[in-house]
Ligand binder design. Structure first.
Ligand SMILES: [Zn+2]
Length: 258
C-alpha cells in the first residue's frame, strides 16, 4: 500500500492511536477508522452526488493496516457468508484485476486452475487477458471474478459475451460494479472523452460509463447469464456495516450460467 504524505497523520491516527472501534474484515485488525479515497465524498462531482453514485464508500475506503478497500472487505464477507471458498476447492477460477487479500484466500482454498488476469499484468504470475477477446475456450472456468472492472471496459457487450462464453454450465460470475439507482439506464457517451469529463460524468477519470438501475438486467442480457445476486441486507443481515466500513447499499452482483 502507498501512503500519501498528506494522509500520514490520518493513517497513524486510524491505524494505531484512535480508539479501535472498527474492524477490517480482510486483515482482522481492529482499527480506529478507514482512510478516505482522495478526499472522500467531498471529491466527487455534483453530478455523482445528485445521481447518488453507489459503489465504494469513499469516506471509509482503505484499511490503514493492510490497504484493503471497502469493496474488497465487502466481497470477502459475502464470499465467506455464501461459503464460496469451499466451492473454489478444485474449481477453475478466472480472476480479473486480482486483489492480494482475495488471491491468498483463493490460493488457500486449492483451485485446480487459477488465472490472475489483467489487461496490464503487474507481476510474473499475472496473465495478460483482454476481457473483450479472451484466449480461453468455451466453458473453461467455474468462477469468474471481476470486482469493479466492468466500468473500465470500453466494449461492454463484448466483455460480457466473453464472460458468459468462458463460464462452464453451473459456473458463477461475480461482477461488482458501481452504478446509479437514479439513472434508468446505463449512461455513456463518446463525447465524454477527457479525464475531467469522465470524473464529472462517470465518477472517476478511468471509468467509461455509469451503470443505471437496469444494471442487473443489462449484464444478464449481454452475458446470457442468470442473475442470482441479492442486496446487502438479505445477504449479510447481521453485519454491522459501520463497524466493518462497508457500503450497506452495495448489492452483490452474482450471475450463474445455466
Ligand atoms: Zn486490513
Amino acid at each position: 500500500m502507498t501512503i500519501h504524505l498528506r494522509k500520514l497523520p490520518m493513517w497513524v491516527w486510524y491505524g494505531w492511536l484512535a480508539p479501535r472501534r472498527r474492524v477490517c474484515y480482510a486483515c482482522s485488525r481492529h482499527v480506529g477508522g478507514f482512510l478516505p479515497y482522495r478526499s472522500g465524498w467531498r471529491s466527487v462531482s455534483d453530478a455523482m452526488r445528485v445521481l447518488e453514485l453507489n459503489g465504494s464508500d469513499l469516506d471509509n475506503f482503505e484499511c490503514p493496516r493492510c490497504g484493503a478497500n471497502d469493496r474488497l472487505r465487502h466481497l470477502l464477507m459475502y464470499l465467506d457468508s455464501r461459503r464460496f471458498f469451499e466451492r473454489f476447492a478444485g474449481a477453475r477460477v478466472l480472476h480479473f484485476a486480482p486483489e492480494r487479500a482475495l488471491v491468498s484466500r483463493i490460493d488457500a482454498a486449492g483451485p485446480s486452475t487459477y488465472v490472475l488476469a489483467d489487461i496490464e499484468p503487474s507481476s510474473d504470475r499475472m496473465v495478460r487477458v483482454d476481457m473483450t477477446r479472451m484466449q480461453f475456450g468455451d466453458g473453461s472456468f467455474d468462477v469468474v471474478i471481476a470486482n469493479h472492472v466492468l466500468e473500465h471496459v470500453h466494449d461492454l457487450g463484448a466483455a460480457l459475451h466473453e464472460v458468459g462464453r468462458v463460464l462452464a454450465p453451473g459456473g458463477h460470475a461475480i461482477l461488482q460494479t458501481p452504478y446509479s439507482r437514479r439513472l434508468s439506464a446505463t449512461f455513456e457517451d463518446r463525447g465524454i472523452d477527457t479525464d475531467t469529463a469522465r470524473h464529472v460524468m462517470y465518477g472517476q477519470e478511468d471509468h467509461v460509463r455509469l451503470f443505471g438501475a437496469n444494471i442487473v438486467e443489462e449484464i444478464a442480457r449481454l452475458s446470457g447469464l442468470v442473475a442470482t445476486g441479492r442486496p446487502h441486507h438479505e445477504e449479510l443481515p447481521d453485519v454491522d456495516a459501520w463497524r466493518n466500513g462497508v457500503n450497506a447499499a452495495e448489492p452483490f452482483f452474482l450471475f450463474r450460467r445455466t
